[in-house]
Design a protein around this ligand. Structure first.
Ligand code: DGY
Length: 330
């Protein structure tokens, strides 16, 4: 019997790749940059499985060009790059990598919060560029952290993990806005669920942890920044399009808020001449929240397990659309 064929759209850690290779014929895209859309479509045309990245757009047209495709295993927890409804309608399973990147992502949310609050971007640049002339009584003054109020927008796994760090480490009071109550966060951290606008008005630090969908796109715009404290620090480790970046730049430039820390932008990469880079109170890193050796290995293993289950017709270990079960492609 022939082995299933799987297209892997970028080199992922060997722990995952070797597991897929052991059971399938792998076509690996070797370049640093993603395959162009047409090339992706061409490469998956005769595949049973696809390992995709968040930079690959998986839509109905691609699925129609790949009649044998049984599973899309996204190497990310977020899956806004995948048209899940189109997959489900065609009997294609979708997997993602939740859980294994929670700690690494929460760590970067805290890192960005600290860096933005304590002027690490401006301080580092000034030290390097000869603007560190002496010990400055009034230079690089940041925001205090201990005992302040943290607003978590989206108290899921990652929001909760970030809140734990900041509550237990810095004694922060935790507010959160979410469509669902998180009983564990309320019990362990005394977190209080409040309306989004109240969270914006009361928080010293606002950290975004919601997924990107039509209802969350652009949820942080001029009106929301205007509601925040002038001393507020805004952090985004979720998805760039949650934020109206023109409004964020204006808020940072005009002192509507104090600073921002971004792991994600729109687009990615953010063009080097983008106005956000020019702002000393904006810290930007290149979407690295899950970028630790252990986390990326764990993502690769989970991603491999999803694609292997998908091509075999087994339940996916982390299955985005289990409702497809009854109509999976044979
Ligand atoms: C994800 O998994 O969705 C992150 O953005 C990248 O690891």
């Amino acid at each position: 019997m022939s082995r299933p064929k799987v297209f892997v759209s970028r080199r992922i850690p060997d722990e995952g790749l070797n597991a897929i290779r052991a059971a399938c014929d792998v076509d690996l895209w070797p370049d640093q940059l993603p395959p162009p859309a047409d090339e992706l479509k061409r490469r998956v045309a005769d595949c049973d499985g696809l390992v995709s990245l968040l930079t690959d757009r998986i839509d109905g047209a691609l699925l129609d060009a790949a009649p044998k495709l049984k599973v899309v295993s996204n190497y990310a927890v977020g899956f806004n790059n995948v048209d899940v409804a189109a997959c489900t309608a065609r009997g294609v399973c979708v997997g993602n990598t939740p859980g294994v990147l929670t700690d690494a992502t929460a760590d970067i949310a805290v890192t960005l919060l600290l860096a933005a609050a304590r002027c690490i971007g401006a301080g580092t640049a000034d030290a390097k560029n000869g603007k560190w002339l002496t010990w400055e009584p009034l230079g690089w003054l940041g925001q205090d952290l201990a005992g302040r109020t943290l607003g978590i927008v989206g108290m899921g796994r990652i929001g909760f993990a970030a809140a734990k760090r900041l509550h237990h480490g810095w004694g922060m009071k935790v507010l959160y806005a979410d469509q669902f109550a998180n009983a564990a966060a309320e019990k362990e951290l005394g977190a209080q669920r409040v309306a989004f606008d109240d969270l914006l008005a009361q928080s010293d630090f606002v950290s975004a942890h919601v997924d990107l969908n039509p209802t969350t796109k652009g949820m942080f715009g001029a009106a929301q920044f205007a509601k925040m404290k002038r001393t507020a620090v805004f952090v985004n480790t979720a998805r760039g399009p949650l934020v109206d970046q023109t409004a964020l730049a204006a808020a940072l430039r005009g002192g509507t808020i104090f600073a921002a820390g971004l792991d994600v932008t729109d687009p990615e990469p953010l063009p080097t001449d983008h106005e956000l880079y020019a702002l000393p109170n904006c810290v930007i890193v290149p979407h690295i929240a899950s970028a630790t050796v252990g986390t990326r290995n764990a993502m690769a293993r989970l991603c491999a397990n999803n694609v292997l289950a998908g091509v075999k017709g087994d339940p996916l270990p982390t299955w985005v659309n289990p409702e497809v079960a009854d109509k999976r492609r044979a």
